[in-house]
Write a protein that binds this ligand. Structure first.
Ligand code: MN3
Length: 199
């Protein structure tokens, strides 16, 4: 079964002004679509074609062929990214077990924001910042390119932020810190909580 591009769960302009409609359209319809079609080409005819994208990532960063690593990561990462975003009016706040873990493991929401922002801002070049659950605890990390914590063994992602320039350059140019700050206004905290519970 071939991998498919998931629909965005909202309109292209739903995240404005934090993330502009044109960026969302190109990011989803061109960049993510490209990862999906290249992933399908990379796994065609191999055992990987019947595996889930999660199981492919878990094979590990050093064991995956470059085409599967880059495009499989691209597909997994962006699929998660669209889901953990929401219009600012529906962003909400961490609740339940997630909120308790943020306090216990990360020193509270303000500390999470500060440390996550540092991870996202200091990821040199292209990559991702992550909130992960590993052994029941929350942690913050980052990965280069389209690698992710499933590949590196750092845990199960519950929240991810794309810091490739294609994710923000049209609106923010070189101001990655402004994009990171705006990101916190459009997080779908209910979905992040679901990811935490299921991880
Ligand atoms: Mn991207």
């Amino acid at each position: 079964m071939a991998f498919t591009l998931p629909d965005l769960p909202y309109a292209f302009d739903a995240l404005e002004p934090a993330i502009d409609a044109r960026t969302m359209e190109i990011h989803h319809d061109k960049h993510h679509a490209g990862y999906v079609s290249k992933l399908n080409a990379a796994v065609e005819g191999s055992d990987l074609a019947s595996k889930s994208i999660e199981d492919i990532c878990k094979i590990g960063v050093d064991k995956l062929a470059a085409g599967v690593r880059n495009n499989g990561g691209g597909h997994y990462n962006h699929s998660l990214f669209w889901e953990i975003l929401a219009p600012a009016s529906k962003s909400g706040a961490p609740a339940g077990a997630l909120a308790a873990a943020i306090d216990a493991d990360l020193g509270g929401l303000d500390k999470l924001k500060a440390d996550f922002s540092t991870a996202a801002a200091t990821r040199f070049g292209s990559g991702w910042a992550w909130l992960v659950k590993k052994d029941g605890k929350l942690a913050i990390t980052s990965t280069p390119n389209q690698d992710n914590p499933l590949m590196t063994g750092e845990g199960t992602p519950v929240l991810g932020l794309d810091v490739w320039e294609h994710a923000y350059y049209l609106n923010y140019q070189n101001r990655r810190p402004d994009y990171i700050e705006a990101f916190f206004s459009v997080i779908n905290w209910a979905k992040v909580g679901e990811n935490f519970d299921n991880a």
